[in-house]
Unconditional design. Structure first.
Length: 445
């Protein structure tokens, strides 16, 4: 399917206009591939993270939560293979000084050879042979900027889990099989970032590492693949836009025995937004070797000792937010006019309802305010009394607010209000003092 750049342009513009996503440091011209979340975006992402945490940690007895630090001992990254293996081959143009991935489809010819042509300045023979470039961000710990003080910003949250696996196991008195879940920032000095928030240099991951007995990893891998797809269905993402892709031998990461991507059909094509990986005993064995600390598990029933295998589920919070924004974006014709609507699942919508007095007189604003104050103690709601009611509905459609509550002349008399459904546009009359339970039922979906 051809890339639908038009939809992306409209989405990026709506995201900025309505306060979902802004470019980082915009007043200084922006910082490449770093983004900030505005008032609506932060709610959307927070709702996604909370839903993930609830399903992984609160609803399961066999998974514990963790919040490990971003900075870790540099040996972690030697053990994990990220210093040696987390690289992209890059070529430089000696003429215009631009840098490209060696597999950039715009490069004509073989980099390093006289026939190769720079895709930016067009010079021939100026591209260097590919060199490996590490994607980890480096910084220095303490006052002296020397090699011994180098630390890295973590490129994945998973390692914080592996180095804490025994601590968590002992503190929680879990037994294998069990998991550890974490949400946190990760950083990668990506060379070809782009497509809005799809590939960024700073992002958040929601990762869960499930520790199992070797030999049972295949079953658990299938279990977690199915669970994760179900979770995305539960967000209301259109099923036909989701699929699995199994990694080929060439695609497998250095740690993986088997891996599936969950892919979404973005307007710019099918791309990964979650990975389910069978990491075998690679990580724990390497940490045992590099730290000199025993990381074996003693099975209390059989007295067997083994290094657990790990089945990992790793999903980007930002990339999932982009998936739900792309999936929610619709242009519809209503009564001869185009309306733009973000059809978010009500449970993750940034705002749950908006309250409108039909007109700013005859007791309507006072009643609407009372209803708003009552609702805001339970849900994130919005009050809007400016412009025609039609315009106010449209504004909330763009924000993806599932319910619009209007206080009209009848409300002042009998205490009922109309509740408009964002998707069906149907309106029902509900008693004002029943709104909390009415919305609560609808939002539980
Ligand atoms: N611990 C395994 C791991 O990090 P990954 O496939 O490299 O695996 C997992 O990353 C997920 O993290 C991706 O599916 C994506 O959602 C998110 N992610 C990775 N790199 C990203 C980037 N540069 N920008 C935004 N999200 C990213």
């Amino acid at each position: 399917m051809p890339a639908d750049n038009n939809v992306m342009e409209k989405l990026v513009s709506l995201a900025k206009r309505r306060g979902f996503v802004f470019q980082s440091s915009e007043i200084y011209g922006g910082l490449g591939s770093v983004w900030d979340y505005g008032p609506l975006g932060v709610e959307l992402k927070k709702n996604l993270k909370e839903r993930w945490w609830r399903s992984m940690v609160h609803e399961r007895e066999d998974i514990e939560g963790l919040d490990a630090a971003i900075l870790m001992h540099p040996k972690v990254w030697e053990a994990s293979g990220h210093i040696a293996g987390f690289t992209d081959p890059l070529v430089d143009c000696k003429h215009c000084k631009n840098r490209f991935r060696a597999d950039d489809p715009r490069i004509k010819g073989t980099p390093g050879q006289p026939d190769a042509q720079c895709p930016v300045c067009g010079s021939r023979g100026t591209l260097t042979a590919p060199r490996l470039f590490n994607l980890m961000f480096k910084t220095f710990m303490g006052p002296v900027e020397e090699a011994a003080a180098v630390v890295y910003l973590r490129p994945e949250t998973a390692q914080g889990i592996y180095v804490n696996y025994l601590n968590v196991l002992q503190a929680s008195r879990q037994k294998i099989p069990f998991g550890i879940a974490q949400i946190g920032k990760a950083f990668r000095n990506e060379i070809t970032p782009g497509n809005f928030t799809f590939r960024t240099r700073e992002f958040e991951q929601m990762e869960m590492q499930f520790f199992v007995k070797p030999g049972t990893d295949g079953e658990w891998f299938e279990f977690w693949k199915a669970q994760r797809m179900e979770w995305h269905y539960g967000l209301g993402i259109r099923r036909e836009k989701l699929r699995f892709h199994q990694h080929t031998k060439e695609e497998l990461a250095h740690y993986a025995k088997d891996a599936y991507d969950l892919e979404y059909e973005f307007p710019f094509g099918w791309h990964e937004f979650e990975g389910v990986h069978n990491r075998s005993d690679f990580d724990l064995s390497r940490h045992q070797q590099f730290s000199g600390k025993k990381l074996e598990y003693l099975d209390p029933a059989t007295k067997e000792r083994f290094i657990p295998y790990v089945v990992e589920t790793s999903v980007g919070a930002d990339r999932t937010a982009l998936v739900v924004m792309c999936d929610a974006y619709r242009e519809e014709t209503v009564e001869g006019e185009t309306r733009v609507v973000m059809r978010f699942h009500p449970a993750i919508a940034p705002l749950k309802a908006a309250v409108f007095p039909l007109v700013n007189k005859d007791g309507m604003p006072e009643l609407a305010r009372r209803i708003f104050d009552d609702l805001r103690r339970h849900f994130n709601v919005f009050y809007d009394d400016s412009g025609s009611i039609g315009r106010r509905y449209r504004r909330q459609d763009e924000a993806g607010t599932p319910y619009g509550i209007t206080v009209d002349g009848q409300s002042v008399g009998d205490g009922t209000v109309t509740v408009r459904d964002r998707d069906t546009l149907l309106q029902e009359r509900v008693a004002g003092d029943r709104l909390v339970s009415h919305l609560g039922d609808k939002l539980k979906m």
